[in-house]
Design a protein around this ligand. Structure first.
Ligand code: NAG
Ligand code: NAG
Length: 445
């Protein structure tokens, strides 16, 4: 007999007929925290990020030097210009280990003949075939295919693929000279949002949960510069990959043709239907730079690039970006330096002063300013969200910045540079000295 019945209190308690549903509800309520935590783990939100052994992560740990990029003090008017002489300084430094993916901000970096070390060493490409084919087409031609580079110009969501560079660090407790990560001169880490196939019920449910708890991420570790043994052991082959008018032989690191699951997931996230592969610059083949670049006779070395569009380095004046930003149509998202994917962001002088620079010093090192940067539609992609704006900044750039007689139909912003020496250092705060100014005339591909 229960205490309630004994004390006669029972009559005041509403009678509950415990049904199966009640039990389920009570049990579920008790276990709710455990279920939520379980889903968290399942979705990978809580999963500990595995750090590449023997290495340390390159780049800023604190907030970006571009955090205050919209401040009026960088508009290029007065403030730090004494006697009308501008004091130009390096404000922010960026590398983009994978072309068109998110960059890594540095405090200091090494400049080599191809630009900033670690910049644009990898690139995604899709397999494009000459389909539809006609019946009478020769068999070889039907099978012919080309790997063509993909960028945010066509796939804006690439802006959401994050990159990290981990470099060997002898002070790491897991460092040994023989470690594969050390042998490969470090590790490239890619992170991208996990998207589930919404045509299945499970996928729908998982997508709903990730939208509540935040996006989970996939991550993958790739040897930065695989040794010949690593190339052999991982079955990495060399294939031509077309980037603009070049088709350098490149290392095919991963491909949806094979069972690399991560790249299948990434292809699904990016919404690409062709085969997708990740390529790396190969030592076997280099892309030499001519057009507006100084020649080998002048430099003492032949400038080459990795998977940059055309030249080793891209420098951008924040005052110019601000000036364009103020002219955009109402409702356009704020324009930032990262829309233009610079390596070097500078501040100090007036907007567009850089248009006529020919040769500069940054810190102790000299650079040739080869030409202006002709802009495509890529800056319309918001670098933080991977969403492309319908018209801006293309419209404003086309209105105000068609300034180069070499390509009068297109707008310019920023400058392309070639380092005068294959060995240089650059850091945030370095002073820039303009050594020579003059005319520029863009030479098209
Ligand atoms: C998504 O699921 C549907 C149904 O199971 C399937 O037909 C489709 O191929 C899947 N898509 C991808 C990209 O896996
Ligand atoms: C870019 O802007 C120009 C000038 O407003 C316009 O003619 C052109 O169609 C725009 N391009 C795209 C793809 O929106």
């Amino acid at each position: 007999m229960s205490l309630l019945r004994l004390t006669g209190l029972e009559q005041y308690i509403p009678r509950l007929e415990p049904s199966l549903t009640t039990y389920i509800v009570i049990t579920a309520t008790c276990f709710l925290p455990a279920i939520v935590w379980g889903l968290h783990v399942l979705l990978g939100i809580r999963s500990r990020q595995i750090e590449p052994a023997g290495c340390r992560k390159l780049g800023l740990r604190i907030r970006s030097h571009l955090a205050d990029q919209h401040s009026e003090k960088y508009s290029g008017i007065a403030s730090n210009q004494r006697n009308n002489v501008a004091t130009w300084k390096v404000k922010s430094l960026w590398i983009y280990p994978v072309k068109s993916c998110r960059g890594v901000e540095l405090n200091r970096g090494t400049v080599i003949g191809t630009g900033m070390e670690y910049d644009r060493q990898f690139c995604f490409a899709q397999l494009s075939s000459k389909f539809p084919t006609s019946l009478d087409m020769p068999q070889e031609e039907k099978a012919s295919h080309t790997w063509k580079f993909v960028t945010q110009r066509s796939i804006a969501a690439m802006a959401m693929v994050k990159t990290e560079i981990w470099v060997p660090d002898p002070s790491s407790p897991t460092y040994t000279k023989q470690h594969p990560n050390v042998q490969s001169q470090g590790v490239l880490v890619l992170r991208y949002p996990k998207l589930n196939n919404a045509s299945t019920l499970w996928g729908k449910l998982m997508n709903l949960l990730t939208s509540i708890f935040g996006m989970a991420e996939h991550s993958v570790h790739i040897p930065f510069n695989p040794t010949s043994d690593q190339i052999k052991d991982n079955g990495i082959i060399t294939e031509q990959m077309q980037i603009w008018k070049d088709s350098p032989k490149s290392l095919k690191i991963a491909s949806t043709e094979f069972s690399d699951l991560w790249i299948q997931d990434l292809r699904f996230y990016l919404g690409i239907t062709n085969h997708l592969a990740l390529f790396r610059v190969s030592k076997e083949d280099t892309r030499e730079v001519y057009r507006c670049a100084p020649r080998k006779e002048k430099l003492g070395y032949q400038p080459t690039v990795g998977f940059q569009d055309a030249y080793p380095l891209h420098i951008l004046n924040l005052a110019s970006v601000q000036n364009i930003g103020k002219k955009l149509d109402k409702g356009a998202p704020p324009l930032g330096a990262l829309n233009f994917r610079p390596n070097i962001v500078i501040t100090g002088g007036e907007p567009y002063a850089e248009d006529s620079w020919k040769r500069i010093n940054i810190g102790e090192y000299e650079y040739f300013v080869a030409c202006r940067t002709v802009r495509c539609l890529l800056p319309n992609v918001n670098p933080a969200t991977g969403v492309r704006h319908g018209s801006e900044p293309n419209k404003t750039l086309k209105t105000h910045r068609r300034i180069d007689e070499g390509d009068p139909k297109n707008a310019c912003l920023g400058m392309q540079m070639v380092p005068a020496s294959e060995h240089g250092e650059i850091k945030v705060g370095d002073t820039i000295e303009v050594l020579e100014t003059g005319e520029h005339f863009y030479i098209k591909q």
